[in-house]
Each structure stands twice: as C-alpha cells, then as structure tokens.
Design a protein around this ligand. Structure first.
Ligand code: MG
Length: 385
C-alpha cells in the first residue's frame, strides 16, 4: 500500500487566500512547512513566519529589504529569483497559490527541480500551458488544487482515460447569474466582489462574476487531463456542492460532492492518494435541491472567449489572461463598466499574432504586448462613458 507522500511543503503566495488555508491544513496534518513566499513584507507574513521558525522566506518585491523584524532576519531573501529558489527546494510539495501570471515561473522552476506542484495558480496553465506540458515531460508532477479539477481528478482515479466521454465543470454562476446585459452595465465593484458561495481573493471573485474564471478552468482542465476543448462542458450549479463531474462512454457519470470549502481540495492535494480526517463535515444531501443549468453565453461572453483562445492555442490564452488582468483592474478602480471587461479582452485577442511559445520569454513578450493593447482598449472604453 502506498501511503500519502509526506513531503515537506513550500507555500507560494503564503499570505493570500489559498496560502493561508494551505498553512492551516499543513499545520493540522503535521506537515513541515519549509518555505514561505509572498509578494510583500506584511504583518500576515511576519505572523506566519513566526509560527514556522524553520521555514525559509522569500519576498518577490526586491525593494522591501529594510527595517526587518528579528523573526525574519537571517532567513529571508528578496526578488523573484528568491521565490524560484524556494520552488526548487529538493523533494518538496510546492503549493502554488500565487495570483496571476507571476505564478508561471515558479511552477516551471519547481517542475525543473523534479518537484510535485500542487497547483492553485491556474494562470500557470492558462498563460503557459505548452511550457508546463514540456516541463512535465522532463520531470516533476502536477496535481490540482482548484476545487473543480480536484473533483475531476478524484472522479478519474482508477479509470482508463480512453473511456472518458466528457468533463463537466460546474460553475456557481457568480453574483450576477440571471441578470441581463443591460443590468450589468451599472453593477459596482462591491456587488461583483460579493460572491454567493466561495470566499476568494478580489481578482478571482471578479473573474467568477464574468465567468472568465470558468473559462480559465476549462483551459486548465484541458492541460491537466489532456482532453480536447469540445469534450469539456460547463454547467451552472448555483449551490456549489457538486464540484465537477466526469461522464464515461457507458453513460456513467461520476461526481465529487462536498462543502464549498477550499481546505478540502487543499487537504486532498497534500494527502493523496490517501485520505485523512478533516474538520469540515460532509454535505448532507437529504432535503437539498441541487440545480443545473446552461450558462448564458450571450450575457457572459468571457466564457466563449476562453474557449476560442483555448482552441487557437499558442500564446492566445496568455493574451486572454493578461488582457483580463488589465480589464479587471480597470473595473475595480472604476475606470470601465463591468461588461467592458469582456470587450477589452475581445479587442486584445482580435488580430493578435498567433505563435507557439517555446520559452518563458515568448510568453512574457505576449503578456507585455497584450497588456499594452488592453490598456489602449481600456482608455477607449473610458472615453466612451
Ligand atoms: Mg475553481
């Protein structure tokens, strides 16, 4: 019997939503935390560093190497390379909870070191799918943390990949499910940030409201499970108990059902293929009504933009991600209305030169160019108000 791997844990994005929950789960499981990376020095980082005195600390922003508290002195390093070094700690399980495409280089560094990457940073696959796939051929392994992908992974366990008919990714539908396109013109960032079922960081919460998060998850599923886009479907399931499903060629459908609590997929990522007791109770299905509906692709065009970019391949999904980051920021600071997020992304993708990335630089170049185009589209949107 192969028990669960007891690798030490490195947490990238240690002060974010996923990072904090990962540390909580690792502490409960008694797993040593040997590395903590964050974007900035903060009270949260100082606190978690004090609780894990043996962990090496990396802070991505190189400009913050001054006035350090004694709890950090002597074991902290600064700059993006310091984060890559933590990702490469030999034999570690690297939980990547970094937000945005900044998570891609550490994923590649961890795989290059032969490490297992527990991936919560979906942008690693959205921006750099071809690079991550090439890295996996040389070593390391990738396991899902995202609740939908953890569900699919668990449904696929013990199954022959050739018998999979389709993956069905569930979506909560976000706070604006059922609204019309006209109604969405006037929604505020505060309304968009109030997600009905999941507690997450601000960018992913806005991405959930536009369904761009679901588009990213379709792309993520494509790379994680090697399934073509025409066999990955999205279904809206507002209760968020069914975390995703797999349909097989004999008509059998398997689903994973649980509370909408990220600590559950995080724990499974750390204990797989074994399981350990957990404080979150199972969902009692008695008396509950679970509903499933088709997403409204006209009101939420980001979903279709994601499929289109995925089918185009190459750098198109990196462009999708970069444009979305710029557009979401512009919505959050009040520069553009909610429906303009999709318009900015569409305009950025439109006519963007197609190419196959063979290096991180290729992805970063596309990312830079996409941000430039997206900012121009944001300015045009803002001047139309
Ligand atoms: Mg998800």
């Amino acid at each position: 019997m192969g028990g669960p791997a007891l690798n030490p844990v490195v947490v990238l994005g240690a002060t974010g939503s996923i990072g904090r929950q990962t540390i909580e789960v690792a502490e409960r499981l008694g797993r040593p935390v040997v590395g903590l990376a964050a974007g900035h020095v903060s009270d949260a980082l100082i606190g978690v560093a004090a609780a894990h005195p043996d962990a090496a600390i990396a802070v991505a922003n190189p400009a913050e190497s001054h006035d350090l508290p004694p709890t950090l002195a002597g074991r902290i390093a600064f700059g993006p390379d310091a984060v890559l070094e933590l990702a490469g700690i030999p034999g570690a399980t690297v939980v990547n909870g970094i937000v945005g495409s900044a998570g891609l280089p550490p994923t590649l560094a961890a795989l290059a070191a032969g490490n297992e990457v527990a991936l919560a940073n979906k942008e690693s696959l959205v921006a750099g799918g071809p690079l991550v796939a090439a890295a996996l051929e040389r070593g390391g392994s990738l396991i899902p943390v995202d609740s939908e992908h953890s569900a699919i992974w668990q449904c696929l366990a013990g199954e022959d990949a050739a018998t999979v008919a389709r993956l069905i990714v569930t979506a909560s539908g976000g706070p604006f499910r059922g609204r019309t396109a006209t109604e969405l013109e006037t929604v505020t960032p505060a309304e968009a940030l109030a997600h009905p079922t999941w507690e997450m960081g601000p960018r992913i919460t806005i991405d959930s409201a536009t369904l761009m998060n679901k588009a990213f998850e379709v792309i993520e599923a494509h790379w994680l499970f090697s399934i073509p886009y025409d066999r990955i479907d999205v279904v809206v399931h507002p209760q968020s108990f069914v975390h995703s499903l797999v349909e097989f060629i004999d008509g059998t459908v398997k689903a994973e059902v649980g509370p909408p609590d990220m600590r559950k997929p995080i724990q499974y990522a750390l204990t797989h293929p074994g399981r350990r007791p957990a404080p979150h109770p199972a969902v009692d299905l008695v008396g509950r009504t679970l509903t499933f509906e088709t997403p409204d692709r006209a009101v939420f065009p980001c979903l279709e933009l994601g499929y289109e970019a995925g089918r185009r391949g190459g750098v198109a999904t990196a462009v999708l991600n970069a444009a979305d980051e710029v557009a979401v920021e512009a919505f959050l600071d009040g520069t553009i209305p909610f429906p303009a997020i999709a318009r900015v992304v569409e305009r950025t993708l439109d006519g963007f030169p197609e190419r196959e990335p063979t290096s991180l630089d290729d992805v970063l170049d596309a990312d830079r160019e996409a941000r430039h185009r997206a900012r121009r589209a944001v300015r045009d949107e803002a001047s139309r108000r």
